[in-house]
Design a protein around this ligand. Structure first.
Ligand SMILES: [Zn+2]
Ligand SMILES: [Zn+2]
Length: 424
C-alpha cells in the first residue's frame, strides 16, 4: 500500500516540538493578559467574500494565495489567510461595540495560504495577533506596539528593531498618491513588472518593493510623512512621543506602507536581527476604515499579527528556549503478577494526587522496564516485586543519582511530594 504524506508546506508538530509551541503560546497568552487583552477564537473558514473585502481584491493574498473551495452547497469558502477580518466580522456580528467602547482581543491560530513551499513558505502557518477595537487615540497605537515589543522582550529577544511610519488617512493620502505617481511616472519603465502593475491602483506599495532597481528609483521619492494632513501629523507625533516616554526604541521607515485604503495612520513592523531575508517577525497598524468596509459602523482600530514559526526559529537560533522537563515524575516497574496487579491502581491513585506516572505496557522484564524508566526521563522509579508487596513496601529509586531506599507503601505519596518539590 502506498504511504500517505503530509501536504507540501505543512508540518507535523511532533512531541519534542509541541512542548516548544506550548511554551511560546503560554508566554504570548501571559503577556496578552497582562495588557488585558481577551482571547477570541473564530472559525478556520469563512465566506470568501469576507477576505476579498477585508484584505483587498488586489492583494497577492486574495488574488493568488487563498485556499478557496466550493462546499457541497456551492458556497465559496476560504480557509483563513489572516486573523483581522474574521475578528472584525465577529465583532460586528455580535454587536460587541454596543457593550463597551473599547475591545481588546487576541488570537493564536493557524492560517492558510497556498504559497510556494520551495521558497520555504508554509501553507499552514501560525500567528498570534491582537486587535484594539474602538479607539482612534494614539495611546491605542502605542498600547498595541508596546504589547508586541513586550512579548518579544519577555522571550528574551534582544536583536530586534521596531520600525514605524504613518500612511496618512483618506484626506492626505489621495493628494500624496498623486504626487508619488507624478514622481514615478517618468521612471515607470525602470520599475519591476509587479511595481508597474501597482502604479495605478496601489502606488504606495512600490515603496516597499524589495527589488534593488525599484529601491534605487524610489530613493528620492516624496515621503508621506512630509505630506500628512494636520490631524495625521499630530497623531504620528503623539505616537512617537509616547514611544519615547516608554523608552521603546524605534526607527521611522518611510518605505513601510500598507497598500489598502482602509489602513490609516500608524504602520509598524518588528524586524529580527538574526534572521535572513525573511526577517519580519510581525507587523501591524491602524485600520480605521475596515469595520465599515465589512458592513459595520465606523470603528477606529489598530492591531498586529506575528508569525510563530519565525519566532521559534529566532528563539532556537538565539538559544532562548528553556530546558523542558517532560518525563514522568514516577515510572512504576514491577516484577511478578501480583505486583503488576498492584501497580495499575497505584498509578491511578498517584495520578489523581497530581503526579505524572507511567508504567510498562509490553510485559517486559524488570531490567527492560528500568531501561524504559530511564529513557522516559522519569525522576523516580518505584520498584515493586512480590516480596515488597508482601512486606507492604516499595523501592524508591532516584534515577538521576541511582540512590534507592525501601519505603512503606502508605508513605509513597508523601515521599514523592517531598522529593518532587525539592527538585523542581
Ligand atoms: Zn518593484
Ligand atoms: Zn491625514
Amino acid at each position: 500500500m502506498a504511504q500517505f504524506h503530509r501536504i507540501k508546506g505543512t508540518h507535523d508538530i511532533l512531541p519534542q516540538d509541541a512542548r516548544k509551541w506550548r511554551y511560546v503560546e503560554g508566554v504570548v497568552q501571559e503577556v496578552m493578559q497582562r495588557y488585558n487583552f481577551s482571547e477570541i477564537r473564530t472559525p478556520i473558514f469563512e465566506e470568501t467574500a469576507l477576505f476579498a473585502r477585508g484584505i483587498g481584491q488586489l492583494t497577492d493574498i486574495v488574488s493568488k494565495e487563498m485556499y478557496t473551495f466550493l462546499d457541497r452547497g456551492e458556497k465559496s469558502l476560504t480557509l483563513k489567510p489572516e486573523g483581522t477580518a474574521p475578528v472584525i466580522r465577529a465583532f460586528i456580528e455580535h454587536n460587541l461595540g454596543e457593550k463597551k467602547p473599547v475591545h481588546k482581543l487576541y488570537y493564536i491560530s493557524p492560517m492558510f495560504r497556498q504559497e510556494n513551499p520551495q521558497a520555504g513558505r508554509l501553507r499552514q502557518f501560525h500567528q498570534f495577533g491582537a486587535e484594539l477595537i474602538g479607539s482612534p487615540a494614539p495611546e491605542a497605537d502605542v498600547e498595541t506596539i508596546a504589547l508586541a515589543v513586550d512579548i518579544y522582550e519577555r522571550f528574551g529577544l534582544k536583536q530586534f528593531t521596531l520600525k514605524i511610519n504613518s500612511v496618512g488617512d483618506a484626506a492626505c493620502r489621495v493628494p500624496y498618491k498623486e504626487q508619488l505617481q507624478a514622481f514615478l511616472r517618468p521612471r515607470l519603465d525602470k520599475l519591476c513588472r509587479s511595481c508597474q502593475e501597482r502604479f495605478e491602483k496601489n502606488p504606495l506599495r512600490i515603496l516597499d518593493c524589495k527589488e534593488e532597481g525599484c529601491r534605487e528609483q524610489t530613493a528620492e521619492a516624496p515621503r508621506i510623512t512630509d505630506h500628512l494632513c494636520e490631524a495625521c501629523h499630530h497623531h504620528f507625533e503623539a505616537v512617537k512621543t509616547l514611544l519615547n516616554r516608554l523608552e521603546i526604541a524605534f526607527e521611522v521607515d518611510h518605505r513601510l506602507v500598507r497598500g489598502l485604503d482602509y489602513y490609516t495612520r500608524t504602520a509598524f513592523e518588528i524586524i529580527s536581527g538574526s534572521l535572513g531575508a525573511q526577517n519580519a517577525l510581525g507587523g501591524g497598524g491602524r485600520y480605521d476604515l475596515l469595520a465599515e468596509e465589512l458592513g459595520g459602523k465606523p470603528t477606529p482600530s489598530v492591531g498586529f499579527a506575528a508569525g510563530i514559526e519565525r519566532l521559534l526559529m529566532v528563539l532556537e537560533k538565539e538559544n532562548l528556549l528553556p530546558e523542558f522537563q517532560e518525563g514522568p515524575d514516577v515510572f512504576i516497574a514491577t516484577l511478578g503478577e501480583a505486583a503488576k496487579t498492584w501497580a495499575i491502581p497505584a498509578a491511578r491513585r498517584l495520578r489523581r494526587q497530581g503526579f505524572k506516572v507511567d508504567y510498562d505496557f509490553m510485559g517486559r522484564s524488570l531490567k527492560a522496564q528500568m531501561k524504559e524508566a530511564n529513557r522516559s526521563g522519569a525522576r523516580f522509579a518505584l520498584i515493586v516485586g512480590d516480596n515488597e508487596l508482601q512486606a507492604g513496601e516499595v523501592v524508591l529509586r532516584d534515577l538521576a543519582t541511582s540512590e534507592q531506599e525501601t519505603v512503606a507503601m502508605d508513605t509513597i505519596d508523601e515521599m514523592l511530594r517531598q522529593r518532587t518539590a525539592s527538585q523542581s
